[in-house]
Structures are given as C-alpha cells and as structure tokens.
Design a binder for this molecule. Structure first.
Ligand SMILES: [Zn+2]
Length: 163
C-alpha cells in the first residue's frame, strides 16, 4: 500500500490530494498560519512517530552525505517515518521539495514525490568549503583553520542517475 509522508512544505503548498497521508507531530506543530491550519483541518492526515532505530539509521546516512547540516530534526523524522513504514512492509513516498530530504531518501532507496521543483537527478554530497581561500574544511572546524574564513556548503555530484 502506498503511504504518502508529508513534510511541512507539502502542506503549505496545499498539495494534499493524496490518499493515505501521514506525517510526524512536529510538522503539525510547525503549521501556524490560518490558511494552512484551515486547510490542515480538512485533510485526513494521520500523525505518527518514527521508530527510534530508524531515526538513528537516517542520521548515519545524513552524516555521510553531509545533509545533516541542512536537515532539521523534523526533516530527519520525516525520513525516519518513511523508513519505519518501509520496514513495516508499506510503500512510503515522501512528498517534499527539500533537496536534502530527497538526497538522503535516494541514498536509502526511499521514494519521493516533489511538489514544485523537479526532483533531483543525481546523488550528491555536501562539501564544506572556505569562502576565503576555497579549501575544503573538515567537520570539526567551525571556521577555516587557515584564513579564518566563513564555511559554506557546496553540493558535489556523486553519480549520474541512469533513469
Ligand atoms: Zn580559508
């Protein structure tokens, strides 16, 4: 059975015409504006917590790809909920426009459906680079240890999607 795991942008953009929708409690808590609250009240959407073991697995992958720096706890839980459903034998599809969620999902072989943008076509890794001297900066440094420059994230393509 297909289960659609909704992130908050999926709800903000009123893309709620899916059967069998599911989300995490944090997404519901993030919905604050009146229109979205009204909209949400009309949706049949179930709320569920992911398995803690799945959240751990997601974090391991997100650390490897570097997406951990871009993902909120809510985003990680969305991914973990999808993984929980997959382990229960369902067919979860994450509805999201977030590139980092899509990237981690892809690495974990979880299906996604994008709302506005076209989904990503390749897997990537976030590389931390110095804005000043452009060198690659290791995880443990907040700033460039050489020139003190600010660290920013760049996306590095890993491989082409054959599809
Ligand atoms: Zn530098």
């Amino acid at each position: 059975m297909d289960t659609y795991i909704m992130d908050s942008t999926a709800i903000f953009f009123r893309k709620g015409l899916y059967p069998n929708m599911l989300t995490v409690p944090e997404v519901i808590e993030e919905i604050k504006d009146d229109q979205s609250v009204n909209y949400l009240s009309m949706l049949e959407i179930s709320v569920e917590e992911p398995k803690p073991s799945c959240l751990e697995k997601v974090k391991v992958v997100a650390r490897k790809t570097g997406d951990i720096h871009r993902l909120s706890e809510t985003d990680l839980k969305i991914l973990a909920l999808a993984l929980s459903k997959k382990e229960e034998g369902e067919n979860p599809i994450i509805v999201t426009d977030d590139y980092s969620i899509q990237n981690v999902a892809k690495v974990m072989s979880l299906q996604t459906d994008s709302i506005i943008q076209k989904g990503i076509r390749y897997e990537f890794k976030w590389i931390r680079k110095c804005r000043g001297c452009k060198r690659v900066i290791k995880e443990q440094y907040e700033k460039c240890p050489v020139c003190g420059g600010e660290v920013y994230l760049v996306r590095k393509k890993l491989k082409r999607d054959k599809a």
